[in-house]
Design a protein around this ligand. Sequence first.
Ligand SMILES: CC(=O)N[C@H]1[C@@H](OP(=O)(O)OP(=O)(O)OC[C@H]2O[C@@H](n3ccc(=O)[nH]c3=O)[C@H](O)[C@@H]2O)O[C@H](CO)[C@@H](O)[C@@H]1O
Length: 363
Amino acid sequence: MNKPRLLIAASGTGGHIFPALAVAAQLSGEFEIAWLGVPDRLETKLVPERYRLHTVRLQGLNRRPGPQWLSAASQLLGAYRFARRLLKAEGFSGVFTTGGYIAAPAVLAARALGLPAVGHESNALPGKVTRTLARWMACLGLGFAEAAEYIPGIRSRWVGTPVREEFLRSPNPLLEIDVPPEAPLIVVLGGSQGARAINQLVVECAPGWLARGWQIVHVSGAGEFEAVRSRAPVHPAYHLYPFWEKMAPLLARADLAISRAGAATLSELLVSGTPAVLIPFPYAAEDHQRINAEVLVRSGAALHLPQATLNGPLLDRTVAALFADADILPRMARSARALAVPDAASRTADLVRECLGLRTPVG
Ligand SMILES: CC(=O)N[C@H]1[C@@H](OP(=O)(O)OP(=O)(O)OC[C@H]2O[C@@H](n3ccc(=O)[nH]c3=O)[C@H](O)[C@@H]2O)O[C@H](CO)[C@@H](O)[C@@H]1O
């Protein structure tokens, strides 16, 4: 018998694509999975080796009415027609989406055809697209329980944010970076695109940290790599990468992460039990990274340093204070693990099965 078909709509940034890939891995035995994305974005690198990728041109509609708005609106209409044709012609059973622009054509097309659409929102403050579309979804999985407050009346369930399967492997895969076993390790992360402000602060602090015998793995973001390399220290304990895909062994080995507060990264830090200094991206829509960060801060898993008032000496003092007290980092690591949802991918997969009518609801 043919497997039922599931269309996954996830596009653009790692924060949308990696959780969707984790759910797809759970479901690929029971469903024939195809993907809906956008040309020239990260999905074109990550998806085709695993699933059939269909792409449509699409951009955000959050501009003022004018020629650009008209062009975005006509792309949305085109993408909706494309998704509707695809869902119908190939007999899909439903749609799963992690939000963002690509969710709109997929959810609207599913609704028009009477098919269930299941969403997942990883941010503590759900994105505008999710808030708008949630009423047309059969159900919505939430990365943070706090998100439910912002979407009253929506059928939602807290499932955590799915992490890649390698985060759950024990023992962890090998860290393919030459870091001595006993040396304290700081990992610097700027989300899937990198973060210029964090890169500059870390380049400023790095000589002092290296002098104290600490190791630094600095993931700069591809677009930032050359600029960072030209200013960064040349030192055997300073390891610079534009992008590092094998995040699980890296975070498991890290004593401290200095990071943006994108939701997928946060769920990985929690599952890995990695204490963090969080510097949320201040221009993220509706300041949602700050709201993400505050969830971890409240539980004791992270510190929050707002970018607006941060400078090199303050970051240096904060990191030095964390390493100076033998109890703080282990305590933060325990708090991180307590907040983690390691089985979020399987919980989300269960939600998809239930909402597509392939399994009786539990609990
Ligand atoms: C600027 C902005 O609005 N960013 C949003 C975007 O972030 P962004 O895509 O940066 O999202 P996250 O930080 O949540 O996730 C990045 C993902 O890429 C992976 N990764 C990253 C760098 C790297 O070198 N290797 C690697 O594997 C991380 O491990 C993680 O799985 O989507 C998230 C989820 O909706 C939001 O919370 C973020 O606010």
